[in-house]
Design a binder for this molecule. Structure first.
Ligand code: NDP
Length: 273
């Protein structure tokens, strides 16, 4: 599995498995076990997904050394509002049954809270129980506000990003700031007909790949880490198999042109949940 370095020198695999909407822990454990067996070494969960226990069990039972697997989890908004940041971190660690987490993210920029939360993340980072800290769903103005008040630059900003929401401005800002962008819902959760776009199916034909692989390759070439979700072994394997071909600049641009500024998830300007 190819990896890339975060701004503090920690390696993150380019492709991970997202496990949102897998709340049945038995099913989640089966899915993660399968993913690990076919080569995944990066799992993206969150307190909010209610499956941290399953992630921990699948890792323990896999026989794969802990240090070979990159685990991300995220702190939910209610813990930010109550100020129980360190407690939330300890709860996640316990549910995952791990000694450390690779990447801990502020799930959403809760207004009036996220700077205070980030300061507590910096303290958690200093304990060594998390290898890297980052944010999710932060726009440029959130990141700028954070930079003014804090000492550690987030290692990652995990945002909604797919060919219908190419995020050129935020991507370019994060690149300059040394923040690695991760794409959530890289396939727009398969809810929009994205896979049928001619720009993608033509490239899929040209390279004997699937539209999903073309999207993941487009992410990779833009420097974006991805965490596609699949519960299906064949598609899991497919989503890892993107490192043996290359899109040219015009092809990257043709995918960028699919942009509709379309969000399938909430807009981070209004975090009222
Ligand atoms: P994705 O964009 O990853 O799409 C998942 C859907 O695509 C599923 O229906 C899956 O079906 C299907 N699929 C997967 N691989 C293929 C393929 N090769 N060909 C065709 N269909 C495929 O959606 P998610 O919303 O799950 O996003 C991915 C991850 O991002 C989440 O699991 C979560 O970890 C993270 N996320 C983070 C958020 C945040 O706020 N930080 C918000 C939302 C998501 P099947 O399972 O049957 O293969």
């Amino acid at each position: 599995m190819e990896k890339v370095k975060l701004n503090n020198g920690i390696d993150i695999p380019w492709v991970g498995l997202g496990v949102f909407r897998l709340e049945d822990n038995k099913e989640a454990e089966r899915v993660i076990k399968t993913a690990l067996s076919v080569g995944y070494r990066h799992i993206d969960t969150a307190m909010y997904y209610h499956n941290e226990e399953a992630v921990g069990k699948a890792i323990k039972n896999s026989g794969i050394p802990r240090e070979d697997i990159f685990v991300t989890t995220k702190m939910w908004n209610s813990d930010q509002r109550s100020g129980k940041v360190k407690e939330a971190f300890e709860t996640s660690l316990k549910k995952l049954d791990l000694d450390y987490i690779d990447l801990y993210l502020v799930h959403w920029p809760v207004e009036g809270k996220f700077i205070e939360t980030w300061k507590k993340f910096e303290e958690i980072y200093k304990t060594g129980k998390v290898k890297a800290i980052g944010v999710s769903n932060f726009k440029q103005y959130h990141l700028e506000a954070l930079a003014k008040e804090s000492t550690i630059t987030p290692a990652v900003n995990q945002i909604e990003l797919h060919p219908y929401l190419v995020q050129e401005n935020d991507l370019s800002y994060c690149k300059k700031a040394g923040i690695r962008v991760e794409a959530w819902s890289p396939f727009a959760a398969n809810q929009t007909g994205l896979f049928d776009e001619k720009a993608l199916t033509d490239l899929a034909d040209k390279y004997s790949k699937s539209p999903a692989q073309i999207i993941l390759r487009w992410d990779y070439q833009r420097g974006v880490v991805t965490i596609p979700k699949s519960a299906n072994e064949k598609r899991m394997v497919e989503n890892l198999d993107i490192f043996d071909f290359s899109l040219n600049d015009d092809e990257i641009k043709s995918i960028n042109l699919l942009d509709k500024n379309l969000r399938i998830g909430p807009d981070p300007d209004h975090v009222d949940f």
